[in-house]
Design a protein around this ligand. Structure first.
Ligand code: FE2
Length: 372
């Protein structure tokens, strides 16, 4: 390891070991869990609710490889969960980081200006203890710092293992590649500074409206990454176009900033996507002409272009290799959160060469919704 690397690590005041889980506040956790299991091949991991002594809320924890989702609903009328649900519909509340030291993570970020969501809190049962703490990020979204090195139980204290009586086959999803946030007009730089100054992230990419505008829709985007590169957060803001930007549509329906999409990585995108289609997931449609000049644009690729065309999978190349990606339609009633499925073959970028084709596809959907 080079001296520079050692110095960098010593400088990293917030070493993040990875994304521990992503929690959605939803209207009906049981049915959401069923949806993600059925359509995306997640497995049940844990549960808390009435049966475990929680009279206020219910959570289903589901998992596929390194991706863990928590789906949470409220039993009671007046609760933080229901207020969130009323304002935003089903959406991401928590992006939780796995850390070595939750209190230190909290203290360091609060000292640098973060707004507190949860002070360091210890919870324990017969399997050990967990320390959790949390700070706000954009909108009502929060980051939790989860320290679980002294815990051997299932998920968190208070949860019980959930028996997997219903287990659809997994579809090859491996880990969360990136989490994208939409923020308000002219707020991108503010939130990039937040990730830089408060969490110690660095900016790795920037797109402006010349890169990614069509006649109608425009946005700006910067990608922030933590020190070890395990956590990447692109941040989008709307930009002026002839008509309403997709980011603006999101902000209207979500009632403010929030998580726009989760990119989930696979090693076999053709299998993953065709399986999702078989199970009823809808994707953005890209015209067949997209594939006509594909080889000129991206050079040689391993995959069968016919299969990519059949599944509507997009390809982009950068200096390090190429990537394959596809975007679902919104996964909930409101035109808010969606998923990206991504397979990286060397490329470390985000598919800039596909933005135009994608935005034209999103505009077709916006036109159908009457929100363009
Ligand atoms: Fe993405």
């Amino acid at each position: 390891m080079s001296a520079e690397k050692i110095f960098d690590q010593a400088k990293d005041f917030l070493p993040i070991l990875g994304i521990d889980y992503i929690e959605f506040y939803v209207g009906n956790a049981k049915q959401s869990a069923f949806f993600y299991k059925t359509a995306l091949g997640f497995e049940s991991e844990a549960y808390s609710g009435l049966e475990t002594g929680d009279n206020s809320k219910v959570s289903y924890v589901i998992r596929q490889e390194k991706i863990r989702f928590v789906l949470t609903s409220s039993y009671v009328k007046n609760s933080e969960i229901n207020e969130h649900y009323l304002a935003h519909g089903d959406g991401v509340k928590v992006v939780a980081f796995l850390v070595e030291d939750s209190k230190k993570s909290y203290d360091e970020t609060i000292r640098r200006g973060a707004k507190s969501y949860l002070e360091p809190t210890k919870s324990e049962d017969k399997d050990g203890f967990i320390i959790q703490s949390g700070i706000y990020t954009y909108g009502e979204t929060v980051h939790l710092f989860i320290e679980r090195k002294n815990y051997n139980g299932v998920f968190l204290p208070g949860f019980k293992e959930l028996e997997n009586t219903y287990s659809p086959d997994p579809i090859g999803l491996k880990y969360v590649d990136h989490v994208v946030g939409n923020v308000g007009w002219n707020e991108m730089d503010k939130w990039c500074s937040f990730y830089r100054d408060v969490l110690g992230f660095t900016q790795i990419v920037s797109f402006d409206d010349n890169d990614i505008s069509t006649e109608y829709t425009a946005l700006m985007s910067k990608v922030m990454s933590n020190g070890n590169g395990r956590v990447k957060f692109p941040i989008n803001e709307p930009a002026e176009g002839l008509n309403k930007s997709q980011i603006e549509e999101y902000l209207d329906f979500y009632n403010g900033p929030g998580v726009q999409h989760l990119a989930l990585a696979t090693d076999d995108i053709i299998m993953t996507v065709s399986e999702m289609k078989n199970r009823g997931i809808e994707f953005l449609y890209v015209p067949e002409t997209y594939y006509d000049d594909l080889t000129d644009r991206v050079g040689d690729i391993v995959e069968d272009v016919e299969l990519l065309r059949k599944n509507g999978i997009l390809i982009d190349r950068d200096d390090d290799g190429y990537l394959l990606q596809i975007f679902t339609k919104p996964l909930v009633d409101r035109p808010t959160i969606f998923f990206e499925i991504i397979q990286r073959r060397g490329a470390n970028s985000f598919g800039k060469g596909n933005f135009k084709a994608l935005f034209l596809a999103i505009e077709r959907e916006q036109r159908n919704r009457g929100t363009l």
